[in-house]
Design a protein around this ligand. Sequence first.
Ligand SMILES: [Ca+2]
Ligand SMILES: [Ca+2]
Length: 469
Amino acid sequence: MIRRIILGATAVCLPGVALAKPPAASGVCATYPSAPACMGQQPACTLCHSAPPQRNVFGASLEPHLAPGAPRPLSDGDFAMALPAALRAVEWEDADGDGVPNMEELLRGTWPADAASAPKAPRDCVAGQNPAYDVCRYDLRFAYRRVLLDFCGRSPTYAELQAFTTRSEDSQRELLDAELDRCTESEFWRGKNGQLWKLAHPKIRPVGSIKSGEDAGPIPLADYYDDYALYAYAQLDDHDAREVMTARFHVRRQTDPTRYTATPTLPSQFVEEAHRAGNLTSRWSLVSFVMFTALPRNAASQSYRAYLGLDIAMQQGLYSVPGEPRDYDAKGVQAPACAACHATLDPLSYPFRNYNGISGLSSTARYVPGRIERYFAAEAPTITQIPESGFLLGQPVRDLQEWAQVGANSDAFAISAVTDYWKLLVGHAPTAEEQPEFVALWQRFKGVHAYSVQRMLHELIRTEAYGAP
Ligand SMILES: [Ca+2]
Ligand SMILES: [Ca+2]
């Protein structure tokens, strides 16, 4: 019974690779391959469910069309076979009553079960309506203003704008690129508490009261400025952005002007090189996310959210592993309401098993072979059986280094990294209308840009989304 509930609850979320069970998400994507939700990702459970197994209005409208008359629950195979026809059967219906048919919502990247989410009408504009800017399409003068504001933190002066206007179009484009390069050298962009640091805040989640080093708090446990330094280093100077997850080095920050340089060791960091995985294994991450826990689920879910943009609590990125959760630490995660997430979360957490937080002073923030055996053996009968291997995005991983590699090479990483900049610079997450430009951008970030944020930014400032007023 529990197994059936688990399968039912996660049916919409399971990808093909890891499972014997045919995936509902891939059924959606086979039917609508150009849907934005399928571009390098899988539709979230919330496409069809409010909280699994409860269906939302769109999921409910599909249910009667799924192999009508067949006994329930449907087998995995029957479900997969029936899904495309059921999707087709309701594609002209309007489940959420927002006036837009389900199919159009899927293809334009809005939610068919949420009336507040609907495609916007094409921009209504008439050339020449606004004398200051070209409102209908990319406007170089507008983009120039924006680049100076976003990357240098100031508006162009009147004289600068006048001078800009007298240049040829080609020369205006050249100046945009030159200003982008100049401004990303600025303290506003790369310095302490600058734009890059702001992007890092939700990843690092600083807590001043337990900060050590510069600006130390009353209970100094770890210096998260090291984490900001590695993050910023990975974003700058054509470095590989994936190093925020995979670096085996640390980064030293020099000030006035701010410079970040790689270094093999730092006195504030304890994990030895062979066991490092960028900011995942920083002293701060281990102290604040692992803390006293045996199985560091919080460290795993925080890393998943911060660097792959997948929030398990929001039912994102669920790749249930068969036979999981095993509940080694006897936390009751096999209960139906928990198992739907923990079949992903627990195997995601196993590779953190030897990374110690603050259990045992002498091994604070270190990699400790046999850590569970040493500190937590009495917590549950099978707790020492927690393996160091686990699963990420449906793929088996040997240890945290492989976890970080698989994660950093995934589409999810590129999408998440480019989304950060899109939100910062365009001002919001990519809308349905912006999807084609956005998808092209993250795919090029993975490909021709070779994970250089600098190269990606030069293209981002050329998008309509950025440069059309
Ligand atoms: Ca609708
Ligand atoms: Ca809608």
